[in-house]
Design a protein around this ligand. Structure first.
Ligand SMILES: [Zn+2]
Length: 712
């Protein structure tokens, strides 16, 4: 390896060579097709392995992607292993590369077929020789040792605060710009998605402690600085070029999504399939909601791994076809662009040909109906506030995970068949909330004074609210308040520390019959929650706390006393606003327990705060998720069928059809619907049009159906 010998390469030389390449690029910089990425409908990636330069059939590869009608392919440049004849020091060439220009061949084959090419780099890892020559590039553990990769200890983790990111990676990007006709540059594995780095290198020891909000501020500053740097480098090639990175990870994303959402031209979600043991099937659709919340409708892709994602992984064996298909369904239903991802190309295009088929069928189908997947606006009138700071910094009680609240609420919203959007906590201005009738705050514990004021203004303007547990108990710096930030809005007052469960959880006593308690006619007690943030008594409560006790022995398992005046729910009406505060973590407890009382109560609450009036009502059997969009031709209602034994665990093996589903669609914006079509079954959809309401029936949904409504 030529690169290994170069250990005396000075920083000056490092910077000058690639910069010259960059200049040469910019001298010929043309405008190009500015904004092409906003029109992307499909994307493909065969993620190249070190072995692929001698295995992959480049022409077959390019033919495959062209047959899928993709607009762009990602091709590996990398940074861990070079796929071209690089001159950048420490950019080690793969051992099967030989004298080949593998990247160049792939790039040319894609371009010949009219596909855009994104150069994929990976700045997260490098080899021991780089550690020797540039110890400052690498993360250090608390003992000062370089941090080896957990799977392949020959590789070491680079530090995002080091010059690796400002010298080494730009050198590669500029070299690629100078050699190839790329349209965009991409970094894999940076910014980090799941958790914030914990590095003790020479730079990081001077940063605020890992895991603190102060650290997060610096992390976001650095991320935005590097993002802008890489974007400027991409544009040295052509004005239309740009840089982007993986930002998926749902609401748990570590970087500030609103700041990056504004910067980024392509919101890439590395959300390839169900990961852990208990990932629900809707984890892809919920990612689409996150994108919509932070991106103002700009293009977002969801990377679907055709390989076997999950707690046990098989990188080069396909996951089940129905599971792949459902992930694609959710991608487009939630407004994202499908992205097909395969790893490795042994024997031409891989030994397991099952990775090829599902995407081919799905992509061809979407290509026949593209206008219906170009969304202008969501029809939902309910906004669910996603607390990104809460997700990163809130200290959950024992046995509770911070994501439980939004997961539990999400499941209740699906059971109740509600249309909803996610709303990011930093997007609560009057303008941004104008379209919503009601907001839901599922234990959004961290809210600034300003955000609390924005929510109060929303209520003053007639908006309704449902909030749970410790919502607004902390400010944006995670400092605990003496009382809820929204105390006045809800008319509540904190009365003590969180109360948990010792064996037997508390119940809620029905104090008065109320439409919120429909379905609970045959009981006076219903399930409470595992935890509650107790509040002071109020006038005429609807539900009060029946305290918990031990669960064993049964002799002692009774509430004592069984009557209290501690509210288990506070209900208020202020003008048009309907306000509900539930001091229990009912949403999180629903997620952990699955108790039907909690989903029924939450569903009733959501119905009530939205004035018992949904823009789309869907009656019929099954567990479904729905999206309704205003589209180019008119409107589209997407129905995803999750009625499946694998809805909460494992993979879908087969679909279980549901139907008929009868639908009443209230057409917004005085638009006039003239005809309908079912896109999946490719049949005419008979409509009953009555003023601004359209009624129709979807006879059957196997996995997914789209009712397309055309407007005059
Ligand atoms: Zn560091």
């Amino acid at each position: 390896m030529g690169g290994h010998a170069v250990t005396d390469f000075s920083r000056r030389e490092f910077l000058t060579i690639p910069a010259a390449a960059g200049l040469a690029g910019s001298a010929f910089a043309t405008q190009g097709d500015v904004g092409w990425q906003r029109r992307i409908r499909r994307v493909g990636q065969l993620n190249m392995t070190e072995h692929d330069p001698v295995e992959m059939d480049v022409e077959a590869w390019a033919d495959y992607w062209a047959s899928l009608k993709v607009d762009a392919v990602l091709v590996s440049v990398t940074g861990i292993l070079a796929f071209y004849q690089t001159k950048v020091p420490f950019h080690r060439k793969g051992k099967y590369l030989g004298t080949k220009d593998f990247f160049g061949e792939c790039c040319a084959a894609a371009k010949k077929r009219g596909l855009h090419v994104v150069g994929r780099t990976s700045p997260d890892l490098n080899w021991e020789d780089a550690v020797q020559a540039h110890p400052e590039w690498f993360q250090r553990n608390a003992e000062g040792q370089p941090v080896a990769h957990t799977e392949d200890p020959r590789l070491f983790r680079t530090c995002m605060f080091s010059t690796y990111m400002t010298d080494y990676l730009p050198a590669i990007m500029r070299e690629v710009n100078s050699l190839y006709d790329v349209d965009a540059l991409f970094t894999n594995a940076w910014p980090p998605l799941g958790r914030l780095p914990d590095c003790h290198c020479g730079v990081c020891v001077h940063l605020p402690g890992p895991g603190t909000i102060e650290y997060w501020d610096r992390f976001n500053e650095r991320t935005i600085y590097l993002w802008k740097l890489y974007d400027a480098i991409a544009k040295e090639k052509r004005q239309a070029n740009f840089y982007f990175a993986n930002l998926g990870g749902g609401i748990h994303s570590s970087a500030n999504l609103v700041a990056l959402g504004e910067l980024c031209e392509w919101f890439q979600c590395d959300n390839q399939g169900r990961g852990g043991d208990n990932t629900p099937i809707w984890a892809c659709a919920s990612q689409g909601r996150v994108c919509r919340a932070v991106q103002n409708g700009k293009m977002a892709t969801n990377v679907t791994g055709a390989w076997s994602t999950g707690p046990v992984r098989w990188r080069y064996v396909a996951k089940s076809e129905p599971e792949q298909r459902m992930w694609f369904n959710e991608t487009v239903a939630s407004g994202m662009v499908p992205y097909h991802h395969i790893i490795g190309a042994e024997k031409g295009l891989g030994e397991d040909r099952r990775v090829l088929g599902p995407a081919r069928d799905f992509f061809r189908w979407t290509s026949q109906h593209d206008p219906h997947f170009r969304n202008k606006a969501s029809v939902a009138e309910i906004g669910v506030v996603m607390g990104q700071r809460t997700n990163l910094f809130y200290q959950a009680s024992p046995g509770m995970s911070v994501g439980d609240s939004i997961n539990g609420l999400y499941s209740a919203l699906l059971e109740g068949r509600f249309l909803f959007d996610f709303v990011h906590e930093e997007k609560l201005s009057r303008d941004e909330l104008r379209k919503y009738k009601a907001l839901i705050l599922p234990n959004v514990a961290l809210l600034s004074d300003r955000q609390c004021q924005q929510i109060a203004d929303f209520v003053d303007g007639g908006g309704s609210l449902l909030a749970t547990f410790e919502t607004s108990m902390y400010d944006e710096r995670n400092r605990k308040r003496s009382d809820f930030g929204l105390a006045e809005v809800f008319g509540i007052r904190r009365s003590g520390a969180i109360i948990g469960t010792n064996g037997n959880a508390y119940c809620a006593r029905i104090e008065q019959r109320h439409e919120l308690l429909q379905g609970f006619e045959d009981t006076d007690w219903i399930a409470g929650a595992q935890y509650r943030a107790p509040i002071a008594s109020v006038q005429a409560p609807v539900l009060t706390v029946v305290p918990g006790s031990v669960a064993y022995p049964p002799e002692l398992s009774y509430p004592n006393p069984s009557n209290t005046n501690e509210p288990a729910m506070v209900v208020r009406q202020k003008g048009r606003s309907r306000l509900i505060f539930v001091p229990g973590d009912v949403d999180g407890t629903l997620w952990r327990s699955g108790h039907g009382d909690l989903s029924l109560l939450l569903g009733n609450c959501v119905k009530w705060i939205s004035g018992n009036d949904q823009p789309v009502m869907i009656d019929g059997p099954g567990l479904i998720e729905t999206f309704a969009w205003e589209t180019e031709p008119g409107f589209a209602l997407h129905v995803l069928n999750y009625t499946n034994p694998a809805a909460h665990k494992g993979w879908i093996r087969d679909f279980h059809a549901i139907g008929p589903e009868t639908i009443r669609f209230r057409v917004p914006n005085q638009r006039r619907v003239i005809r309908g079509e079912l896109l999946r079954s490719e049949t005419v959809l008979p409509l009953k049009i009555d003023g601004s309401t359209v009624a129709f029936t979807i006879p059957q949904v196997a996995d997914y159906e789209v009712a397309a409504l055309y407007c005059a």
